[in-house]
Design a protein around this ligand. Structure first.
Ligand SMILES: CCCCC/C=C\C/C=C\CCC/C=C/C(=O)SCCNC(=O)CCNC(=O)[C@H](O)C(C)(C)COP(=O)(O)OP(=O)(O)OC[C@H]1O[C@@H](n2cnc3c(N)ncnc32)[C@H](O)[C@@H]1OP(=O)(O)O
Length: 302
């Protein structure tokens, strides 16, 4: 019950940009934060933020064990943390990564889309839209340091970034695998993939629900770089330095030029998109597919 109320409060914060989460780790500094002196931490229970004001760079670490599924709370806390960074002129870039070993993100939280009320589905989908819009159009340089498997919504998060570095581990596949669950990637997921890998590759990948292992992911361009696992963070920092060498205003205007038409397609019909999602996700056949998929995941262990 408390969790539900908490989620509602957090979700309402999305609509009230002036409201702030209390800092979960207020002003913690020092080497434990991962970057030596001057690194400061804030954020929330599921979205840790380590900042290095001297470099103007922050690291957002998703921490929603066991699989970093994108629950309503995670989506909301992510947006709030991102907004905090964007409103602080100290920061010019952010690296998005995972605090869960071996898993970047298992994607949208299936339990949020299964067996819940229409009101809940609407609330959840608006939060998914919000995070996508904020990340896709962020003024910050956003680099994904993909240190684990990254299906569906996890892949979407990384596709919204400006650059993707993937750890070279055969288990760390990435892709929009929605069709394997018997569901369909919405048009703006599809657009994000098309804008990254081109129409033909996206068409094949989406219909077959392909999850690309690292070498393949690099070949089709769904990631920009594959590096040994222990170098993901340092590689992301090197890339960041290169992107930060470009004057902000020129880079930001160019990013906007490239991405705004795609984002505008959703912005112009957000409510209709929510209605479309509601109709789709509430179908008996879709609910059944999701239940079967979740049961398979749960039975895997037993
Ligand atoms: C023309 C018509 C168009 C209509 C379109 C309109 C609208 C669109 C409608 C819907 C669009 C929805 C888009 C959906 C996007 C998504 O992101 S769906 C999620 C996709 N994710 C996956 O397929 C990944 C599933 N998970 C896994 O494959 C594995 O869990 C793993 C990530 C590889 C990790 O494996 P492992 O370490 O072995 O961990 P377990 O499998 O044992 O899992 C641990 C527990 O976590 C639970 N879990 C896993 N994934 C999720 C998830 N995504 N959400 C919620 N929960 C998840 C799993 O059940 C285990 O739970 P228990 O501990 O057993 O309780």
């Amino acid at each position: 019950m408390a969790l539900m109320v908490g989620a509602r409060v957090l979700a309402r914060n999305l609509l009230r940009p002036w409201s702030r989460l209390p800092d979960a780790v207020p002003g913690r500094t020092g080497p434990a934060a991962g970057g030596g002196d001057g690194v400061r931490c804030f954020g929330s229970p599921r979205v840790l933020v380590e900042t290095d004001p001297a470099k103007g760079v922050a690291v957002i670490k998703l921490k929603n064990p066991p699989v970093n599924s994108l629950s309503l709370e995670v989506l909301t806390e992510f947006v709030i943390s991102l907004e905090k960074l964007e409103n602080d002129k100290t920061f010019r870039g952010v690296i998005v990564t995972s605090d869960c070993p071996g898993i970047f993100s298992a994607g949208l939280d299936l339990t949020e889309m299964c067996g819940k009320s229409q009101a809940h589905y609407a609330e959840y989908w608006r939060a998914v839209q919000e995070l996508w819009l904020r990340l896709y159009l962020s003024n910050l340089v956003v680099i994904a340091a993909i240190n684990g498997v990254s299906p569906a919504g996890g892949c979407l998060i990384s596709l919204t970034c400006d650059y993707r570095v993937l750890a070279d581990n055969p288990k760390y596949s990435i892709g929009l695998n929605e069709t394997l669950l018997g569901i369909v990637a919405p048009s703006w997921f599809k657009d994000t993939l098309v804008n990254t890998v081109g129409h033909r590759t996206a068409e094949r990948a989406l219909q077959l629900g392909l999850l690309f292992p690292p070498a393949e992911a690099l070949r089709v361009g769904i990631v920009d770089q594959v590096v040994p696992e222990d170098q993901v963070h340092s590689a992301a920092l090197s890339v960041m330095a290169r992107w930060l060498a470009i004057p902000d205003h020129a880079r930001q205007l160019t990013k906007n030029l490239m991405r705004k038409p795609t984002a505008d397609r959703l912005v112009k019909q957000r409510d209709a998109d929510i209605q479309y999602f509601l109709q789709f996700i509430s179908r008996d056949s879709i609910q059944k597919s999701l239940r079967v998929y979740l049961d398979k995941l749960r039975q895997k262990k037993g």
